[in-house]
Structure formats: C-alpha cells, structure tokens
Design a protein around this ligand. Structure first.
Ligand SMILES: *Cc1c(COP(=O)(O)O)cnc(C)c1O
Length: 420
C-alpha cells in the first residue's frame, strides 16, 4: 500500500497504542502474515507494460519501480507515521538529518529567506550554515516569542522552522502563535517533533504544515537503528507555494509538496531508508506509547530530584514549574518526554559527576532504552565554538540526559552518589 492512500484521521491518545499495533491490518494481506513483511527487492515489476508506464508517469498508484524512492515496507511505515501524526502522507529517509536536508534542499531556492529558532539540534544548526552557502538567507531568532519571528520575516520569507522541545536546553517556541501567523501569511510551518513523538503531541494541532522526525530517537526507541521522516499534515495549500516544479503541479494539490520532496529528495539525492531499517522502526513504534509514558514519568522524577539538590544550579525540563514555557507545555503536551538537562556552577565538577555515574552511560545519542548522559559544551557543541555556544545558552557546566527504561529509584540513587 502507498502512504498516499491513508485518510486523515482524528487520532485520540486514548487508543493510540491499539491503533499502532493493529495498523498493519489496513495494509494488503501478504501470505496471512500478521506483521507486515520486509521487502528487500530493489526493483518491482507490473502485470503489463501499460501498468509499468502508468506507474512511471504517476497516472496509476503502485509500488515504486525502483527502491531508491521507497519499497512496500517503507511505504507501510510511512502510512503508519502519517496516520499517527494526523497527516495525509509521509516520506521516510535514512536518517533524521537526511529528512531535514531533503525538505530544505528541495523546497528552497537561492534568494529565499527562512526564519528558524536559534535553539536547535546542533547538526540542524550546522546544516543551516551550509544552506546559507547556497544563497538561502537564514534568520535565527528566539522563537519563544512570536514577535521575534514576525519581526524577522520579509517578503522573501518562505518558511518558519522550530523544534517542539529544543535539545539540549528544552527551550520551547510559541507553537500556537507561530502557527496562526504562518497560516495568515501563507508560510510553510515546519516542526521537528523528534523529542515528543506524536504520542505526546501532534504539531498539526498548532497548524504545522510539515512535521519532521528523527525516527532514530523516540519512534525506533532502541538505540539500534537510524531513520527520519517528513509528514504532510494537509493544512498547507501547496498551490500557493511558488517553487513546485511544473511536473508535480498535477493531481491532488495536497500531495504536491511531498511529491517534490520524494522525487527530488529521495530519487535525486538518494538518502533512502532500507526495508530492513523500516521494519526495525515499525517494531519500535509498537512500544512507543508505553515507553514514552514510562520515560516521561522517570524524567520528571529525576528533574524534581535534581531541582531540589543543592549542588545543581539549574534544571531544564518543561514539566517542572520553573521552566519558562511550563504553562504552554502543560496545555499542549501529554507528558514531557525523556530529554532533560541540568547545570552545575562548577564546570570542572560537572565532569567529575558524570565520571562517577555507574548506571547512566556516558554517550551521545537520545531516546535509547538505557539512560545516556553527556557534558554538552566539550562534545556535541564543541565544533561551533565559544561565541555560538554563548548565543545558544550552552553553559560550560551544562549536562544533557536522555532517560531510558530503568526504574527512577535506580537513576536517582546513581545521581545521588555521584553528586555527593
Ligand atoms: C537526532 C536529531 C535529529 C537528527 O536525526 P538523525 O536520525 O540522528 O540524523 C534531528 N532533530 C532532532 C531534534 C534530533 O534530536
């Protein structure tokens, strides 16, 4: 089945897990398998040459003739992800960065202007530097206040890009107000929802046009597979977007944007998700709801513990009252997810604390089954230099945690001994 066939559905959290584990029943039956199978073939044949031609010309739906544009297995995953984000279609990629790069590389041209949050995943921030080299103008703003976004916009602005919860500082953009502004101005509103996952929040609720995920994190959830996706929510009117190539301005206009992202981004650029990876991600997705409930509950307990510890100067977690966007987070998100960070005034001491931990794994990466911890400034944010770090509020003593599936009592005891 092609993801394009899925219908927009109101997805309520009350039956999220049931919907996900039974989703394969909406797909064509294959040998009675109750789990949708893995299709490793790199090319697909058709019952007649007419059908082959019709599929090539986009006049008929069918398997992608060559797997660089997707396979039945990646299409099954795309359909499931589109459904749980409340969208109408999706395109999967080899990694989250591949999805991000494909969206911007295929929808923008030199001379365009974009507005992005200044608090972004480091590699995404680095990608925007590259994009500037191709003649796209980039404004980086504190998106927690919509006025900063509005002031940055020009008549060349095509889109606004934010992360629902920024890594590692957990800053939040003014999600609803930016959505209203983008709708009024006909701007694409692109939201990276990696940290929350569609189980905790659907950006469609704040009028996002496209939702991006690194599937590597919440969705796969095992720390063993890379993937990315972009979902079209169906809210954006693609007939008003100036850069859709003539060949893709045909058929259902809701599909134009992602058709271009698939053709130009997958077919021409080639960062394709394999069927095996898609299958692994589908397995992870089946346990998303219970993992997110559990790791969010643990993260809140750990954040509260750190917040009350005398040696900890700051804790960043949206579900504690001190967080500047706490009210918004409580109103919009089912829970706070597994990402938190904290600061010690003594940045040397912070390295010692990390070193003394026995349960937390000293590693980069997010959304694993194990809790991971990393001092941010000397590692993942090292390359950008001191000035940029200061701009992004990355203090020398900032430590990032990704909470796994361990008991909160075990993690808190570990932190307690390391801090003492
Ligand atoms: C990890 C991450 C990405 C990049 O995803 P990869 O799968 O590692 O390429 C993008 N955005 C956010 C918010 C991330 O955490």
């Amino acid at each position: 089945m092609k993801s394009e066939d899925t219908q927009k559905t109101e997805n309520s959290n009350d039956h999220f897990a049931s919907d996900v584990v039974h989703f394969d029943r909406n797909l064509p039956e294959v040998n009675g398998a109750i789990h949708y199978p893995v299709h490793p073939s790199t090319q697909y044949t058709f019952s007649s040459v007419e059908e082959l031609i019709s599929v090539f010309q986009g006049k008929k739906k069918g398997n992608s003739p060559y797997s660089r544009q997707g396979t039945p297995t990646t299409a099954a995953l795309e359909a499931k992800l589109a459904y749980i984000e409340g969208g109408d279609s999706a395109v999967a990629f080899a990694t989250g960065m591949a999805a991000i790069a494909a969206v911007f590389n295929t929808l923008l041209k030199a001379g365009d202007h974009i507005v992005v949050s200044k608090y972004l995943f480091g590699n995404t921030a680095s990608f925007f530097n590259t994009l500037e080299g191709f003649g796209v103008l980039v404004s980086r703003v504190d998106a927690s206040c919509v006025d900063n976004v509005i002031q940055a916009c020009t008549d060349k602005t095509r889109l606004v890009f934010v992360e629902t919860i920024a890594n590692p500082g957990t800053q939040m953009p003014d999600l609803s107000a930016i959505g209203d502004y983008c709708e009024a101005k006909n701007l694409l509103y692109i939201v990276d929802n990696t940290i929350l996952s569609p189980y905790l929040f659907q950006p469609k609720r704040v009028k996002a046009s496209l939702v991006i995920h690194s599937l590597t994190k919440s969705v796969a959830g095992q720390g063993q597979i890379l993937g990315g996706v972009v979902v079209n929510t169906g809210l954006f009117d693609w007939t008003k977007y100036p850069h859709i190539f003539e060949g893709y301005r045909t058929g259902d206009a809701n599909k134009w944007g992602l058709m271009q992202v698939r053709k130009k981004g997958l077919r021409d650029m080639g960062a394709t998700l394999t069927s095996h990876s898609a299958h692994m991600i589908s397995l992870g997705l089946e346990t998303l709801a219970i993992r997110m409930d559990k790791s969010s509950e643990t993260a809140l307990a750990v954040a509260r513990f750190l917040n009350s510890h005398p040696k900890v100067s700051k804790v960043h977690y949206p579900m504690i009252e001190e967080h500047p966007s706490h009210q918004q987070a409580k109103a919009l998100f089912k829970a706070g997810s597994w990402l938190l960070s904290f600061e010690l005034d003594d940045s040397e001491g912070c390295l010692q604390v990390v070193d003394k931990l026995k349960v937390f794994v000293k590693a980069t990466g997010l959304g694993d089954t194990r809790s991971l911890i990393i001092p941010v400034a000397p590692t993942i944010f090292w390359e950008m230099g001191e000035k940029k770090r200061a701009d992004m509020n990355i203090e020398d003593g900032l430590v990032r945690i990704s909470i796994g599936l361990e008991e909160s009592s075990v993690l808190i005891a570990d932190l307690e001994q390391a801090l003492s």
